[in-house]
Ligand binder design. Structure first.
Ligand SMILES: *Cc1c(COP(=O)(O)O)cnc(C)c1O
Length: 372
């Protein structure tokens, strides 16, 4: 069965013949007099039918052996990192989701983890980093917000030789565009808050993995003991979002490609960062591992920070807001939002391309560029 079919039909849990699955709000489930499980569920912090439905659906579309869902992408990532023992060394790609960078700077050292920021697009930098022992390699591809594209297959091969695991944060690509587990990754992280939910109205996160059930058990234990549990309603909303994910991604990606091509070479813009533009430094890798260019674009303005903020102030259809992956197009000056610790180029604007008519999006950006 194809993944798009699974995204709609899997799993099918019907009550009274209902086509839409019910939402199970119960915090507790009947057990036997000696605590025997009667229905597979016990207490909401351990598990819940809507959360398990979502996990099965995610594993099915990702081609994973299992998936564990959390209250947010951050909770999912933190649960995985908390499995490492003190002394473990983690390599992060230098362009990293800003809150994971803060986690690596402020919290992971307290757990005894040694975190190193490396340009993982650079083979020499990688071989230098792999010269010392490495436990986990962690990168986004495409990365947030610089849209770096990293060679999943090559990095996984090098990591395997070094006895390290690999986590790919696939939030920007979704399983529709890219399947890191098929290319050798051990884990895929998704912020379900983005394309999976798809409507800017629900938060969640997940780790999908290759390996035996002990991985799911360990992640679920972390979830239970640290409490980053997804609510049944949020799980239900995200499962519903996934049913239209394939359809939405087609349109998101087609729109984004048109917008990227229209902006490429425009006056006032020094660089359009989009994986499926031949000018992208990793264009060949993007063509090899991504079915399309995704729907996130970053542009760099010739006039730097001031020009970028003027463009962000001049758009009428794009909304200035953080996050991504919803039906509506968003624009954001990341350096301003990230604050003084930001390493994002000051002239960079990040665009999340929505499902509007692409001509309207292009016209909005072109007039904002002309006005700025
Ligand atoms: C948003 C995001 C996260 C964090 O997810 P939350 O659901 O906000 O906790 C992690 N990685 C990437 C690439 C993201 O865009």
């Amino acid at each position: 069965m194809h993944a798009e079919t699974k995204s709609i039909h899997f799993p099918t849990r019907r009550s009274n013949g209902s086509i839409a699955p019910p939402i199970e709000l119960s915090t507790t489930f009947e057990h036997g007099p000696a605590g025997e499980h009667l229905h597979g569920f016990e207490y909401i912090r351990d598990n819940n039918p809507n959360v398990s439905d979502l996990e099965s659906r995610l594993a099915a579309i990702e081609g994973a052996d299992g998936a564990v869902a959390f209250a947010s992408g951050m909770a999912a990532g933190a649960a995985l990192l908390s499995r490492l023992s003190p002394g473990a060394r983690v390599l992060f790609h230098e362009d990293l989701y800003f809150d994971f960078r803060k986690l690596a700077d402020r919290i992971l050292p307290n757990w005894g983890l040694e975190c190193e920021s490396v340009d993982l697009t650079d083979a020499t930098a990688r071989s230098r980093a792999f010269a010392k022992s490495v436990d986990l390699v962690w990168f986004e591809t495409p990365s947030n917000p610089s849209i770096d594209v990293l060679d999943i297959e090559t990095i996984c091969r090098e990591a395997r030789d070094a006895n390290a695991d690999v986590l790919v944060d696939g939030t920007f690509a979704t399983p529709v565009v890219q399947r890191p587990l098929d290319l050798g990754a051990n884990y895929v992280l998704h912020s379900l808050t983005k394309y999976m939910g798809g409507h800017s109205d629900v938060q969640g996160g997940a780790i999908a993995f290759k390996g035996d059930a002990s991985i799911a058990d360990a992640l679920k234990e972390k979830r239970r003991l640290t409490g980053g549990v997804l609510s049944p309603f949020n799980a239900w909303l995200i499962s519903r979002g996934i049913q239209t994910l394939y359809c939405r991604m087609d349109r998101h990606c087609a729109n984004a490609r048109l917008v990227a091509e229209a902006l490429d070479g425009s006056s006032g813009i020094t660089r359009v960062r989009y994986p499926y533009l031949p000018s992208h430094p990793s264009y060949d890798i993007a063509r090899k591992q991504m079915l399309s260019g995704g729907a996130m674009i970053s542009i760099e303005l010739e006039g730097g920070k001031e020009a970028a903020i003027r463009v962000a102030a001049s758009v009428k259809l794009f909304v200035n807001a953080t996050s991504l992956g919803g039906v509506e197009s968003l624009i954001e000056h990341r350096a301003s939002v990230e604050g003084p610790e930001s390493t994002t180029p000051p002239g960079l604007l990040r665009l999340s391309i929505g499902l509007e008519n692409p001509d309207d999006l292009i016209e909005d950006l072109k007039s904002a560029l002309a006005a700025a």
